[in-house]
Ligand binder design. Structure first.
Ligand code: HEM
Length: 472
């Protein structure tokens, strides 16, 4: 389908727009991103869609994205979605306004806690969770197929809880998510719904009850984190190797330029929110590897060579961080199925993108990764899963901004090293210890509404090695 010819000052958009509703009929509620990608692929590198009264401008071409990533011309756009999210995340990094002094303080405080070097500090904690996860799968091996998404969500949430604020969710011993994560996810979903519904007249009447329930959840989440902070403050001698400790040590009455304990609480909640994207990367990686004996063999030989034939306990930091092929597998998953399918930029002043598209100061523009990551710069068969796209020579040959799963510049993902280390640990642990087989006839089905999530993804697993998993 082609868009209408552009009038002066107008951006390409789908034809046959409906008054009031805009292009809403063209968006599938379950896979809105895939629908936008289909619309956008015929509209050119910059296009717009209209959802009710909201105009959304999207960009998908590496040259245009290079422009958008130029921090002297563009900054992060904090749109109404993120403003709404502040009800949940308060002063957390994700939703902070550009130029907010609290963001600068919190960012300066947390950067060292998220460096690649810091991952070494958290490795023991993360590896312990990987071993618990392996023990969990050992019990299921040889039985019914495992629910990959449910179990990898358990593993990544457990890692996040422990590494951010030393909180043990006990995810492997419960059928449902821990109430903390369940409440947080329900609040985020509510916030997304509220942001859409507020454009519909009289919706506030329907939303009032949901609003009350969401406030209740917020109070519970705050109380959980406040409790942990209080007990840490009460006994500062009891050191923890986690992100909360870094923040508490760097703030307090005696430290100038401090952030309050309430702000620290919001930072922790914001990290739990940010980290919830991680599970789908190792989950989708397992799908592709199970589907391809060749790729599986390549990944596994790398792990076997690095870990030796009979590693019983957890791997060391080096044994994980040097798994280069596996890292390429993760990058290729994030190319095709980036858990965060775009991020927003805005122009600092009126400008023209790619010498053609007029953009007003303050106008939000989505860097739309489902299309950016399938641009012709990626080669012929852009939908094929091929980790070798990330061998260094091929990376160098592509425009630097062709791959943006973690956003850009100052406001890019602070948790990227953590997400990668967690994913590497989980994936390598599974491949080292289990044989995996796909369900016959399963085709990857990814739901996007409420976060990217593979649906119906199960694998048959068998123990690959006879030794028991020794937990730490
Ligand atoms: C594969 C997993 C992940 C992906 C794909 C991802 C992606 C992103 C993206 C695209 C942004 C930029 C958003 C924007 O510009 O508006 C972002 C920001 C952020 N992410 Fe992640 N993220 C992941 C994991 C994590 C983890 C594990 C954490 C923390 C434990 C985290 C914490 C954050 C925070 C706090 C921000 C806001 C940074 C700021 O504005 O200063 N993320 N993430």
């Amino acid at each position: 389908m082609r868009g209408r010819p552009m009038k002066r000052g107008e951006l390409p958009h789908p034809a046959r727009r409906v008054p009031v509703l805009g292009d809403v009929f063209r968006l599938s509620p379950r896979s809105p991103m895939a629908a936008i990608a289909r619309l956008g692929s015929s509209l050119g590198p910059v296009f717009e869609i209209k959802v009710f009264t909201k105009r959304i401008v999207l960009a998908a071409d590496p040259d245009v994205v290079t422009d958008l990533c130029d921090e002297s011309r563009f900054v992060k756009h904090v749109g109404p979605e993120l403003v709404e999210l502040r009800k949940v995340l308060g002063t957390g990094l994700v939703s902070a306004d550009v130029g907010d002094p609290m963001w600068s303080k919190a960012n300066a405080l947390m950067q060292p806690a998220f460096s690649q070097a810091a991952m070494r500090t958290y490795h023991t904690t993360l590896a312990a969770v990987a071993m618990e996860f392996a023990a969990h799968w050992s019990k299921k091996a040889g039985g019914s197929p495992v629910d990959v998404v449910a179990d990898l969500t358990r593993a990544t949430q457990e890692m996040t809880g422990r590494v951010t604020f030393g909180y043990v969710f006990g995810s492997f011993d419960r059928d449902d998510p821990h109430p903390f994560m369940a409440a947080l996810i329900a609040m985020i979903n509510h916030s997304e719904r509220a942001n859409i519904l507020q454009r519909i007249p009289l919706s506030s009447l329907v939303m009032r009850r949901a609003e009350k329930a969401s406030d209740e959840r917020g109070r519970y989440i705050n109380a959980v984190v406040d409790d942990v902070i209080r007990s840490r403050r009460a006994d500062p001698s009891n050191e923890h190797q986690d992100i909360l400790d870094v923040m508490l040590r760097a703030s307090g009455p005696e430290v100038p330029n401090q952030i309050s304990d309430e702000d620290i609480r919001f930072q922790i909640i914001g990290l739990a929110f940010g980290a919830d994207a991680t599970f789908c990367v190792p989950a989708i990686a397992l799908h592709y590897l199970a589907e391809s004996p060749q790729l599986l063999e390549k990944a596994r030989s790398e792990i076997d060579a690095a870990w030796g034939p009979d590693l019983e306990g957890p791997p060391s930091f080096e044994q994980v961080s040097k798994l280069r092929y596996l890292r390429r597998v993760l990058d290729e998953v994030m190319r095709l199925w980036s858990p965060v399918q775009g991020f927003l930029r805005e122009a600092k002043r009126d400008t023209v993108l790619a010498d053609r598209y007029p953009i007003k100061k303050g106008q939000g523009v989505v860097v739309f990764t489902p299309l950016l990551h399938r641009d012709p710069v990626w080669g012929a068969d852009v939908d094929a899963f091929d980790p070798d796209r990330f061998v260094p020579a091929r990376v160098k040959a592509r425009p630097a901004h062709a791959f943006k799963p973690f956003g850009t510049g100052m406001r890019s993902c602070i948790g990227r090293h953590l997400a990668v280390h967690e994913s590497l640990l989980i994936l390598s642990t599974v491949l080292y210890r289990f044989d995996i087989e796909p369900q016959p006839g399963y085709r990857l089905d990814v739901q996007e509404a409420g976060g990217v999530k593979p649906v119906g993804l199960t694998l048959s697993i068998r123990e690959r090695r006879s030794h028991a998993v020794r937990c730490l």
